[in-house]
Ligand binder design. Structure first.
Ligand SMILES: NC(=O)c1ccc[n+]([C@@H]2O[C@H](COP(=O)([O-])OP(=O)(O)OC[C@H]3O[C@@H](n4cnc5c(N)ncnc54)[C@H](OP(=O)(O)O)[C@@H]3O)[C@@H](O)[C@H]2O)c1
Length: 306
């Protein structure tokens, strides 16, 4: 019987217990107890008939390089990396995939013959999930990113430009963070891209939404009950596509509620979690990930928590 979601500390990595099936994949973060990644990767391993299991390991800041070496020594095949380690991981691998270098963060480690390969699946996962949720490509949309100055927002902005998006509007609470991002985005393409910024002021956002197709929330607003709405009431229309990177087991965010209220199509952070996880699985094992097994595992977990 496979344990649903075993949890280990960094100290246990030095002398990792023998599990059945053996632990060969992990997610690291600090904290990490909340992670739902095992509940999608363990069903995927079972669906593929791979005798291995995926565990959670809490790794403190400053210990990512050491943790990677310990994972390699214990025969692990791969690791997912989440907050706050995605930047530390970039410097802790032997080979950085070019996209991960562009996105400035590593969220997936593959260990092959003792060498550490770092990837970023958040950006490609975003593109896949937009395709699945809305049946369209990011390059055909005018995109507003709320929270473009944060790690996730920056990655989405870079991925949008790399994917051929030609209209990008960036908003961030701390507007000064957007200047460096604008320079970086301009350096990514020789095509003409309309790159603009705006504040999170409700009046400004309401006016700018007229020229937007896809709204992406990459801020952490919405994670807590009672967070103030990001968009003013009545600003969304049914033609908008709304993508909230936040996911909560306790029910939809205010932004998703606003979208549903006007009949706008919407997707939440569960889509990103699923698709970035599927791409990680493909880096580890090749072929197509068993997406439906992963989706069922996640949905079952979230339903049980609701
Ligand atoms: N679904 C997934 O798989 C997935 C993957 C990655 C991230 N996420 C979610 O994306 C969100 C951002 O993550 P991150 O890693 O980018 O975090 P981060 O680097 O800490 O960035 C946080 C962002 O939120 C903004 N923000 C925080 N509080 C705010 C407030 N009260 N009003 C307006 N803006 C506010 C910050 O603005 P300032 O720059 O002004 O501080 C910044 O833009 C989180 O909710 C995270 O859970 C989901």
């Amino acid at each position: 019987m496979r344990v649903a979601s075993p949890f280990f500390t960094f100290d246990q990595l030095h002398n990792f217990p023998v599990l059945t099936p053996p632990a060969r994949l992990a997610v690291i973060g600090d904290p990490i107890a909340h992670s739902k990644s095992p509940q999608m990767h363990n069903p995927a391993l079972m669906a593929r008939g791979i005798e291995a299991q995926y565990v959670r390991v809490q790794v403190p800041v400053g210990h990512v390089r050491e943790a990677f070496r310990l994972f390699a020594d214990q025969g692990f095949l791969g690791v997912n990396i989440t907050i706050p380690h995605k930047f530390e991981a970039l410097d802790a691998v032997d080979v950085v995939d070019p996209l991960a270098a562009r996105l400035g963060a590593v969220n997936t480690l593959a260990i092959r013959e003792g060498r550490l390969y770092g990837y970023n699946t958040d950006g490609p996962g975003f593109l896949r999930s937009v395709r699945e949720a809305f049946g369209t490509e990011v390059r055909d949309l005018r995109v507003l990113i709320l929270g473009a100055g944060g790690g996730a927002g920056r990655a989405v902005a870079v991925q949008c430009v790399l994917a051929g998006c030609r209209h990008l509007l960036l908003a961030n609470r701390t507007e000064s963070k957007l200047a460096a991002l604008l320079d970086e985005l301009r350096s990514l393409t020789t095509e003409a891209v309309a790159l603009e910024t705006c504040s999170l002021d409700h009046g400004q956002l309401a006016a700018r939404l007229v020229g937007v197709d896809l709204v992406v929330n990459a801020t952490s607003v919405g994670m807590k009950d009672g967070d103030a709405p990001l968009l003013p009431a009545g600003a969304l229309e049914d033609r908008h596509l709304v993508y909230d990177m936040v996911y909560r087991a306790s029910g939809p965010t205010e932004l998703i509620r606003q979208a549903a209220g006007v009949g706008a199509r919407h997707a939440d952070g569960m889509c990103l979690l699923l698709h970035q996880g599927a791409i990680s699985f493909e880096h580890w094992f090749g072929g197509e990930a068993p997406l439906e097994a992963m989706r069922t595992g996640l949905m079952t977990t979230l339903a049980a928590l609701a």
